[in-house]
Every structure is written in C-alpha cells, then in structure tokens.
Design a binder for this molecule. Structure first.
Ligand SMILES: *[C@@H]1O[C@H](CO)[C@@H](O)[C@H](O)[C@H]1NC(C)=O
Ligand SMILES: *[C@@H]1O[C@H](CO)[C@@H](O)[C@H](O)[C@H]1NC(C)=O
Ligand SMILES: *[C@@H]1O[C@H](CO)[C@@H](O)[C@H](O)[C@H]1NC(C)=O
Length: 263
C-alpha cells in the first residue's frame, strides 16, 4: 500500500515537472521580452491641465508645452491664455454639455477628442451627430451643441470602466444611493478622471489648475476663464471633499506633482 503511494506521488511529480518546466520557461521568456520591450519604450511625461483659477498668472505655458502628453478638459480655452496654460493639446476629455461647437479653435489639428460617457445620452449625442440623426434633447443638464465640428478620425470614447474605477477606487464614492431616494450618486469631475487615466498610462504626471478657491466667497471665480463662480458648484453632482482628499493622497505619495503652489 505504502509503496503504491510512493509510486503514485513520484508519478505525480513527473507529470508536474512535465507541466511546470515549460510554464517556467515561458514565464522567463515572456519576462525577458516584456523587460526588453519596456526598456525600449520612451518614458512618457504627462501634464494634466485643470481649469481652475489657480493657474492664472502662473506663466506656466511654455513649461506645459514641453510635456510629451498634454491633457485638457471640457471646453477650456487656449487662445488668449497661452502664457499661463500653453497651447499644446494631445487629448481633450469632454462630454456633450462641455463640448465646444468648433474644437479646432482651441485644439491642435491632431488633438484626440475623447468623449467621456457619463450617461447613456452622451453616446447617443455622438451617434446622432455622426450619423446626422434627429437630435433628442432630453436628458442633458444643459443643451449640448446640435452641430459639432469634431473630426471623425480624431474622436475617441473613453472606456466607462475608467469612470467606474475613478468613482469607486480613487474617490470611494458610493456607487448606489439609498433606495427610494431620488438622489443621483455623485460622479467624478472630468479633471480627477483625467488624472486617473494618466495614472494608468504615464510615467510622470504633473498637474496644474487643480483645486477650488479656499475663500468661502461664493462669488469667487472657479475657472481661469469665463465667469463661473463657486456658486455654480453648489448643486453639481460632484463631491468636492472626496476629490480634495484623493488629490492630497496622490500628492503625498508622489504620484502627482503640482507645478504651482496651491492650498
Ligand atoms: C494677474 O495679473 C494681472 C496683471 O498683472 C493682474 O491685473 C491680475 O490681478 C492678476 N490676477 C491674479 C488672479 O493674480
Ligand atoms: C503654439 O504657439 C507657438 C508660438 O506662438 C506656435 O509656434 C505653435 O504653432 C502653437 N502651437 C499650436 C498647436 O497652436
Ligand atoms: C460628500 O461625501 C461626504 C462623505 O462621504 C458626505 O458627508 C457629503 O454629504 C457629500 N457631499 C455631497 C455634496 O454630496
């Protein structure tokens, strides 16, 4: 009986080694190749330009233009603000309500326009434009452009997985509100989402124009352009305290670096 068992286990070892050796070899080979491949990839430096008032008068424009990848958000303008925000745009994250009618004004000819599908209607909006279908206006908090001049070849749609991960893993937002309330769950700002995307693809992530005014003054401007004030954030679907905490964690761990002093 014992002998049988020993024989059995020996037989097992033999089978195992028949499986294990090739697997180990394969691992070594793939490790070698991925290592080799990674070393041949250039280090990607990324700059996420937030739309915050904090970037005003920083003169960061020429520094921003030097990054391999410059990510901008929503309809933030570039022309007229070059000294502070630069004029290079590798990709711009936006959603229908934050789309500007003619993307060529404040972007480069080859800027990738990345639609963030926050809600079902957002993809429908793009489809209606691309196929020139009847525009359905329902479901937007602000009328999106009915004509949009984005170049078809430069449109991308962000995988909604990034949105889900930003909300749950980075911001720890509850993904469901208590039942029987009409409350809509808070969702990430485009800015924090852009940082999450950058964390997945970039070797170096620098940011500017993030954060909200410290002042409790509801009339304080929030963007480096236009006239939006803190008041406009009061009823937004964002949870700024979660975002402030997440940004602080990222900064403290060295994952992101601010290009300017900030509160
Ligand atoms: C920016 O600089 C201009 C010109 O020097 C000045 O008038 C303005 O108050 C400054 N704005 C901020 C926010 O510092
Ligand atoms: C940015 O500005 C510089 C200097 O004015 C100019 O040479 C360059 O073409 C501009 N780039 C873009 C993408 O607008
Ligand atoms: C943000 O989240 C905190 C903690 O989870 C919560 O107490 C607060 O009510 C939320 N604020 C908004 C505006 O949703």
């Amino acid at each position: 009986m014992r002998k049988e068992q020993v024989k059995m286990s020996l037989k097992n070892t033999k089978t195992w080694s028949r499986v294990l050796v090739p697997v180990l070899l394969l691992c070594c080979v793939s490790y070698y190749y991925s290592h080799f491949f990674l070393q041949s990839l250039p280090c990607k430096t990324c700059m996420v330009v937030g739309n915050g008032f904090a970037i005003k008068n920083t003169s960061l424009g020429s520094a921003i233009n030097k990054y391999d990848i410059v990510i901008r958000l929503n309809d933030a303008p570039v022309r007229g603000y070059e000294a502070d925000v630069g004029n290079k745009t590798t990709m711009r994250l936006f959603y229908p309500e934050s789309a500007s009618y003619n993307p060529s004004i404040h972007n480069d000819p080859d800027t990738l326009m990345v639609l963030v599908p926050f809600k079902q209607q957002d993809v429908r909006w793009l489809k209606e434009i691309l196929y020139n279908e009847k525009r359905i206006r329902k479901g937007f908090w602000k009328p999106p452009p009915e004509i949009w001049l984005g170049k078809t070849s430069h449109i991308r749609i962000l995988d909604p997985y990034f949105l889900q991960q930003t909300a749950s893993r980075m911001l720890h937002l509850p993904l469901n509100t208590p039942p029987k309330t009409n409350q809509i769950p808070a969702h990430p700002t485009t800015g924090i989402l852009a940082i999450y995307v950058a964390l997945n693809y970039c070797d170096v992530i620098h940011i500017a124009g993030f954060g909200y005014p410290e002042s409790k003054d509801l009339k304080h401007p929030i963007h480096y352009y236009g006239y939006d004030t803190m008041k406009s954030m009061k009823n937004s679907y964002h949870n700024l305290s979660h975002e402030v905490k997440a940004l602080k964690r990222l900064e403290d761990s060295g994952a992101v670096v601010y290009l300017h002093p900030h509160s």
